[in-house]
Design a protein around this ligand. Structure first.
Ligand SMILES: C[S@@+](CC[C@H](N)C(=O)[O-])C[C@H]1O[C@@H](n2cnc3c(N)ncnc32)[C@H](O)[C@@H]1O
Length: 334
């Protein structure tokens, strides 16, 4: 099975095999508590584990519902026709985001598509439609995130200007939503499979999700404090689109360096029912690796730290930088 092209900032796609190789062999269930684009959940599903995927952003919940919880529902060509039928309308996107993230005609198109998604009765079709539309929306968005101002968007979507200034036309930004949707349709449909387990997607703050979930392993891949980690900024627009109202930023976002140690302490102190904890972290983050170890030592004296060199690139312009990715494996010997 092949994980589809999601393109999620901070995803673990490139090192997912390494992470998976560290999952304890006696584990049957896996709780990906900050699931994002679901690269780790998907891998765990292919390994036959029962997977629970949670993320505070609704768009990530839709991705998890489409690929982790869903075992068989696909989108057909007729479904796509239904989705792209009808005249564009002046709705939530047109009224709030014209000339902010997309041109007015594109916003009107998004408004009719949003309405049409609600005509699907099958919840998995809806989630798959949201996942594909997300892909289309970020393909049309320079830098694939919603933290770019309109002037810059206009500049980068001007193909001649983009070519003369940056040597790239980026013509994919000006293809239609339908083009991108259909371009990814087969790949997304082909990624859906049944691992014979009752997998579940959740859309909660982690502090609530841990109360209602149980699994042999809890995997934590939080936003890395001190790095590019504004997930509400990157993708909150997609949640507003789904809900038809402007969603608010979330409080416990793991961004604030000042209270980050306290937040981790609070989180770890509530994980006593999970035997294994796996925590992803990296060498640029706050607190440091040693501080993190010190914190974890309050909860277990069986902690292994695995390391992996990792090259990353923040934007197309920047050169790759080297980094070390850590995986803390904590056994609480329950
Ligand atoms: C580093 S990303 C996870 C990436 C993921 N492992 C992947 O491979 O795509 C961190 C995720 O934590 C989520 N998040 C941030 N604060 C959260 C909270 N309080 N509760 C649940 N999820 C949260 C963000 O929305 C983001 O998707």
């Amino acid at each position: 099975m092949k994980y589809p092209t999601i393109n999620y900032i901070g995803n673990k796609e490139k090192i997912v095999d390494w992470i998976a190789s560290l999952i304890p062999h006696d584990a049957n269930s896996f709780f990906d508590a900050f699931s994002g684009g679901c690269s780790v959940s998907y891998k765990a599903k292919t390994l036959g584990l029962q997977v629970f995927s949670n993320d505070i952003l609704n768009i990530n919940f839709q991705i998890a519902k489409a690929f982790i919880e869903n075992n068989e529902t696909l989108l057909s060509k007729d479904d796509v026709d239904q989705l792209f039928s009808g005249e564009p309308i002046e709705g939530f996107m047109f009224n709030n985001y014209s000339n902010r993230f997309y041109y007015p005609d594109e916003c009107k198109e998004l408004d009719i598509i949003r309405k049409n998604i609600d005509s699907f009765l099958n919840p998995y079709k809806k989630s798959l439609a949201f996942a594909l539309l997300r892909r289309a929306m970020i393909r049309k968005m320079p830098y694939s995130r919603f933290t770019i101002n309109w002037d810059k968007i206009v500049e980068l979507r001007n193909e001649d200007l983009s070519y003369s200034k940056y040597g790239r036309r980026r013509s994919y930004h000006n293809k239609t939503f339908r083009f991108h949707f259909e371009d990814n349709l087969n790949e997304y449909n082909n990624a859906i499979f049944d691992n014979q387990k009752n997998n579940k997607a959740l859309n909660l703050d982690i502090f609530d999700a841990i109360n209602i979930t149980n699994a042999d392993v809890i995997y934590l891949d939080p936003p890395y404090s001190g790095t590019m980690n504004d997930y509400y900024g990157f993708y909150g627009l997609l949640d507003s689109y789904i809900k038809g109202e402007q969603v608010k930023p979330f409080d416990k976002n793991f961004m604030d360096k000042k209270n980050i140690k306290y937040l981790f302490y609070e989180l770890f102190s509530r994980l006593s029912k999970y035997r294994y904890w796996m925590l992803s972290y990296n060498s640029r983050s706050t607190p440091s690796k040693d501080e993190m170890l010190e914190l974890l030592n309050h909860f277990s004296n069986d902690i292994a730290v695995h390391e992996m060199p990792y090259a990353y690139r923040v934007t197309g312009k920047e050169k790759k930088k080297n980094d070390i990715e850590y995986l803390f494996l904590i056994d609480t010997h329950l």
